[in-house]
Design a protein around this ligand. Structure first.
Ligand SMILES: Cc1cc2nc3c(=O)[nH]c(=O)nc-3n(C[C@H](O)[C@H](O)[C@H](O)COP(=O)(O)O)c2cc1C
Length: 187
């Protein structure tokens, strides 16, 4: 039986296509259930229509995405995932998680998964990682069960507060998180 991965997409729209590529790669070794934040489900942007993300995630994983709080609620009680990945993770979702706010599908998934001590891996992508979202980043770096994909400053000259996860470190970070290890954050 392949290990079971929850793969949550949140509204960092410019990184959704690379996230879907990672989903396609990971689907070879993992049984993946996609989850979409309400923003991803409902927002058409210059990066694509909302329906595209939902349909692509369903196609790549071979199953319907979780979209609502009731969809995500059984994750913990039924032990549905070996690991929950949030990729990409917005500053908004990061800050909600740090504050214990559970008002949507993805935050509910984390709460339910953590109920039984499950591992959460965060692939952060946000322009305010070193400003408005910095307190949340600090909080979750020090919270049990949370691990981060290594980060870099994607455009220090023009976006000095922005951090983005390293796409090439995603799969190593998954392995490390499963073993309870945090990879060096800025290697
Ligand atoms: C085109 C577009 C691109 C965005 N890119 C990002 C991003 O890269 N990182 C981020 O944190 N928020 C980004 N946002 C803002 C989020 O979508 C917004 O904060 C939203 O409330 C996030 O909801 P969610 O975290 O529930 O998905 C973007 C919004 C738009 C319209």
């Amino acid at each position: 039986m392949p290990p079971k991965l929850g793969f949550a997409l949140t509204g960092s729209f410019c990184t959704l296509r690379p996230a879907l590529s990672a989903m396609e790669t990971l689907a070879r070794d993992w049984e993946i259930t996609p989850l979409l934040s309400e923003t991803v489900q409902s927002t058409d942007t210059r990066f694509g229509p909302a329906a595209f993300w939902r349909e692509e995630a369903a196609r790549l994983c071979g199953r319907a995405p979780m979209l609502t709080i009731p969809d995500a609620e059984p994750i913990g009680p039924k032990g549905l995932f070996d690991l929950l990945l949030i990729c990409p993770c917005t500053g908004n979702t990061l800050s909600k998680l740090a504050r214990g706010i559970t008002d949507g599908c993805v935050t509910m998934a984390v709460k339910s998964h953590r109920r039984r001590g499950g591992t959460v891996l965060v692939a952060l992508s946000t322009n305010d990682a070193l400003s408005g979202s910095a307190p949340a980043l600090g909080t979750l770096l020090d919270r049990k069960g949370f691990f981060f994909v290594p980060l870099y400053q994607d455009d220090p000259a023009n976006k000095p507060n922005s951090l983005k996860y390293r796409e090439d470190a995603l799969i190593p970070a998954l392995g490390a998180a499963l073993a309870g290890r945090q990879l060096p954050l800025f290697a």
